[in-house]
Design a protein. Structure first.
Length: 591
């Protein structure tokens, strides 16, 4: 086997929690690849670093391995983070073919570690986990750039045990999140098991192993996806829209298929109409030897996937981070414009009649947020890219449903005038840079609000209650009548009117006594003495009568529509019995 010409370089993204070492890992991969020799010199792209296969194999100290691989190397996206991962899409999927989730072995899982795993699972992207900062384990004896096992074997028994313990905590946490995993050298089937590699981004220990495992993954799972057509029209994703001196607005993009040339007509995703423009220049970064040249970039006439390049072209102002860039010919232009438009609309338009409003910084992260909210059945009224503006607040404040008078912002800021406006409205705002934190916060808030409003309602609403006057238990005939009653459904309280089986109000409960003590309410099963203002026993009420708490129509509606789920079985029985009486004459009572 040898490198196949029609396979493009797999694209790799590094994800993980803040400070767990994403940038250090990328620096290490970039730096050590540079020093590893001529043949393996890395290529710096715009927004990405390419490590050729030869460099990886050299690093592992086993040139024989070269024959085993067919992919030309690995292209690491230079912007780390799950955010970059979600932003960088290719036709609705993730742009990255592979991912590395980095976790500080001494700190374990953190919110963004978990978020990264969720996102990768959703996109079905193959990944490895690296347990970083092994050099910080107490007593560690660093072995610069050494493969992990060689380094491990040089550690004392005590250090090895300490590493093993921490390592198995990582494995345990992965298990808790639904992933079966093991140390990479013990994984036989990477499709069902996640490989975990202990590394140090500072000393370079374990990095050769990481690169080898990535290559293995690429080869095993991606070969079929990596075929590309070098002569086909270029397709890419916008990494960043940037103002450059002398060039105007430019876009940095990762081209993941086909070819892109100077003079090509391209269609670029935008929140408005897709941008149609002509490539003025295709730019690559200058290499170190050309440092004396003034310009940061050099022009090339054409590039082929996978590569990171900068493009200068007219009218790029509205280009969307994470959006598509596609080369079109006069014949395909119309179709390509339509496809690019529908990619953007698919995220924006797929919203509900009523629901919350969401904002995110890029089209990719907006899509990730929409997906997560949909999974939770949270309705979305409007999904948009950009900071939270005054207009957003005004629009949302007009929504009556308090649960929908909500803005959820992912990785965005609130503009100063909007902040001002927010104070004078009832709009609830959630902002975070971890999607599932946002969702949890929103759900917790809803729960809290529901409980609060149910509590207020249930304190004022008259609940269903049904009781019978027990035989031989008339203690006083009238003014007030005092009788012994048994509660047979729901709850009765003082100051509540009561009706008989005809629906006629016969009096008001004045007091309740249980075992000689005054009580304010009595529940099903209790036998209490009840004083009733109004009736006389033997006339309006009799021993053996079944009587009901008189629920006003408005209360009955609230009970049926809002509190039904919170009523107990016996309360429901009492409710049904009461409704039956009221609806005998008027079937639409409380409907
Ligand atoms: N000892 C040791 N320190 C490390 C290692 N990896 C990273 N660090 C340190 O940890 C800190 C954070 O590392 P970064 O690479 O900036 O982490 P990051 O994940 O890119 O952080 P953000 O970009 O803020 O999300 C820095 O001080 C690094 O020097 C490691 O393997 N060993």
């Amino acid at each position: 086997m040898a490198v196949k010409d029609d396979l493009r370089t797999p694209i790799v993204c590094v994800m993980g929690h803040v400070d767990h070492g994403k940038t250090s890992l990328l620096d290490n991969i970039r730096g050590s690849a540079v020093v590893s020799g001529e043949a393996g010199a890395i290529t710096q792209h715009i927004g990405a670093t390419e490590v050729p296969i030869r460099s990886i194999v050299d690093k592992c100290g086993n040139p024989g391995l070269l024959d085993q691989f067919v992919v030309p190397g690995l292209l690491f996206i230079d912007t780390p983070g799950h955010h970059a991962f979600t932003t960088l899409r290719s036709r609705g999927g993730a742009l990255a073919d592979l991912a590395i989730v980095i976790v500080d072995i001494n700190e374990g899982f953190k919110p963004q570690t978990i978020e990264s795993l969720h996102i990768l699972k959703q996109h079905k992207t193959p990944f490895v986990v690296v347990a970083n900062k092994i050099d910080k384990i107490h007593g560690w004896n660093p072995q610069k750039d050494s493969p992990f096992m060689a380094s491990y074997n040089k550690q004392s028994e005590h250090v090895r045990t300490s590493l093993d313990n921490k390592f198995y905590e990582v494995i345990g946490e992965l298990y808790n999140h639904g992933f079966s995993s093991d140390r990479y050298d013990r994984v036989a089937d990477f499709q069902h098991n996640i490989g975990v590699i202990p590394i140090s981004a500072i000393t370079g220990e374990g990095i050769p192993d990481l690169l080898m495992v990535l290559l293995g993954l690429a080869q095993r799972f991606l070969e079929s996806n990596l075929h590309y057509d070098a002569t086909g029209p270029g397709v890419g994703t916008v990494l960043e829209v940037k103002e450059e001196r002398g060039l105007g607005t430019t876009i940095d993009l990762i081209l993941y298929d086909g070819t892109l040339k100077k003079g090509d007509t391209i269609v670029v995703g935008s929140l408005d109409e897709p941008i149609q423009t002509k490539v003025r220049a295709v730019l690559k970064p200058r290499v170190l030897s050309e440092i004396n040249v003034e310009d940061k970039f050099k022009q090339v006439s054409k590039v082929t996937a996978a590569i990171g390049v900068k493009i200068s072209a007219p009218n790029l102002d509205g280009a969307l981070s994470g959006g598509s860039v596609r080369v079109a010919t006069p014949e395909t232009l119309e179709t390509v414009v339509e496809e690019v438009r529908s990619e953007v609309e698919a995220v924006q338009i797929d919203t509900d009649q009523s629901g919350i409003t969401i904002k995110a910084d890029t089209i990719g992260s907006l899509e990730a947020l929409v997906n997560e909210l949909k999974k939770e059945d949270i309705p979305i009224r409007k999904a948009d890219v950009g900071d939270i503006s005054n207009r957003d607040i005004v629009e949302v404040s007009a929504i009556e449903d308090p649960f929908h008078s909500v803005i959820v912002g992912f990785n965005v800021n609130i503009l100063p005038d909007a902040k001002e406006k927010l104070r004078s409205t009832g709009v609830k705002l959630f902002m975070n840079d971890v999607i599932y934190r946002l969702i949890d916060d929103y759900k917790d808030w809803i729960k809290e609000q529901r409980a609060l409003s149910e509590k207020t309602i249930s304190e004022t609403i008259i609940k269903p209650g049904m009781f019978t006057i027990m035989p031989d238990c008339t203690f006083r005939q009238s003014k007030p009548a005092v009788v012994g009653v048994r509660i047979i459904g729901g709850v009765v309280k003082t100051k509540v009117d009561i009706t008989n089986e005809d629906g006629t109000v016969v009096g008001t409960i004045k007091g309740l006594q249980s075992r000689g003590e005054n009580v304010s309410e009595a529940r099903t099963g209790m036998e209490v003495a009840m004083s009733i203002e109004g009736p006389t026993v033997g006339r309006q009420i009799h021993e053996g009568d079944i009587l009901h708490a008189n629920i006003p129509e408005r209360h009955a509606k609230v009970l049926e529509h809002e509190l039904y789920d919170s009523l107990s079985a016996d309360e429901l029985d009492a409710m049904d019995a009461f409704l039956e009486i009221k609806r005998r004459d008027n079937p639409f009572w409380a409907k």
